[in-house]
Design a protein around this ligand. Structure first.
Ligand code: NAP
Length: 250
C-alpha cells in the first residue's frame, strides 16, 4: 500500500475521544499539535517542563468550542527521577484510565560543535532528554497503550536521524537512536494493536529551528500548524496497519 501521510485528509472529529499524550506540548510543533488534536476531538495530555507555558496552552484549548478539557503533566525530562516518571504514568491511568496515542516530541538541540570539541556532559544531557526519556516513558506507558484497541506511538526523528552530518553531535546520535527505538517497539508488538512509527517534521519555524539556523529567512520556513497532517494520520485509526516506518512529512 502506498501512503502519503502529509496529504492525509480527515474529518473534523477524526480523533474523537482518543486520549493522546504529547511531550513538549508547551511550544513549537508540540503546542500546535496539541491544539489541533483537541480541535479534532482528542483528549490531550500536555506534557512539558514549564507549568506557566503549559497553562497557556491549556487555556487556548479551553477556548476551542467543543474541545475536551486537557490535562497537564509537568516533568523535566533532563532531571526527573524514576519515581517522578512513574507518577506521570500513574496520573494518566487515574485521570483517563487509558491511552490511545503517545507523541514523543520534546527534544533539545544541544551544542553545534565537532566531535573533537563536544562536551561529554552536554552529550549525556542531550542523549538523556532526546532518547533515554522517550525510552522510559514508552516502557511505563506501554501497558496502557496495549489495552487500547488501537494504540499509536509516534517518535520524532530528523533529517540527521538517518545521515550523520558534521557538527550535529549528540542530537544526531539521539535521533538515530529514536529511529532504532521506534523500530524495536514496532517489531516487538508486531502481532498486537500497538503500532510505532517515526516522523521527521522537516524544517519548521520554532525556537529550535532558530537556534540551529539563526541566519535563515524565517518567512521561508513553514509554521508548525502547517505540517500536522502526518501526525494526525499516524494517530488516527486510518493508520492502523502502519508500523515500523519512518516518514518525512514535508
Ligand atoms: P521547540 O520549539 O524547541 O520545542 C521543544 C519542546 O520540548 C518544548 O515544549 C520544550 O519545553 C520541550 N522540552 C525541551 N526540553 C525539555 C525537558 N528537559 N523536559 C521537558 N520538556 C522539554 O522544538 P520544535 O522545533 O518544536 O521540535 C519538536 C520536535 O521536532 C523535536 O523532537 C525536534 O528534534 C524535531 N524536529 C524539529 C525540526 C524543526 O525544524 N523545528 C526539524 C526536525 C526535527 P519548553 O517550552 O519549556 O522549552
Amino acid at each position: 500500500m502506498s501512503i502519503d501521510p502529509k496529504g492525509y485528509e480527515y474529518a473534523s472529529d477524526v480523533l474523537q475521544d482518543r486520549v493522546i499524550l504529547i511531550t513538549g506540548a508547551s511550544d513549537g510543533v508540540g503546542k500546535a499539535l496539541a491544539l489541533h488534536l483537541a480541535e479534532l476531538g482528542g483528549r490531550v495530555i500536555l506534557h512539558g517542563k514549564n507549568a506557566r507555558k503549559l497553562e497557556q496552552v491549556y487555556d487556548d484549548i479551553e477556548a476551542i468550542e467543543g474541545a475536551a478539557r486537557p490535562s497537564i503533566a509537568v516533568l523535566d525530562l533532563a532531571t526527573a527521577t524514576g519515581d517522578e516518571y512513574a507518577a506521570l504514568a500513574n496520573s494518566v491511568e487515574e485521570t483517563f484510565g487509558r491511552l490511545d496515542g503517545l507523541v514523543h516530541n520534546a527534544a533539545i538541540l544541544g551544542e553545534r560543535l565537532s566531535i573533537e570539541q563536544y562536551d561529554p556532559g552536554e552529550w549525556q544531557k542531550v542523549m538523556h532528554v532526546n532518547l533515554t526519556a522517550p525510552f522510559v516513558l514508552t516502557q511505563l506507558l506501554l501497558p496502557m497503550l496495549k489495552r487500547s484497541d488501537d494504540g499509536s506511538i509516534v517518535y520524532t526523528s530528523s533529517g540527521v536521524g538517518k545521515v550523520g552530518k558534521a557538527y550535529w553531535g549528540a542530537y544526531s546520535a539521539s535521533k538515530f537512536g529514536i529511529e532504532s527505538l521506534s523500530q524495536m517497539v514496532a517489531a516487538e508488538h508486531e502481532h498486537t494493536a500497538v503500532r510505532s512509527n517515526c516522523i521527521n517534521p522537516g524544517p519548521v519555524r520554532t525556537k529550535m529551528r532558530l537556534e540551529a539556523y539563526p541566519a535563515e529567512d524565517r518567512d521561508q520556513v513553514p509554521e508548525p500548524k502547517d505540517i500536522l497532517a502526518g501526525y494526525v494520520y499516524l494517530l488516527s485509526k486510518d493508520s492502523r496497519e502502519i508500523s515500523g516506518q519512518s516518514f518525512d512529512i514535508q
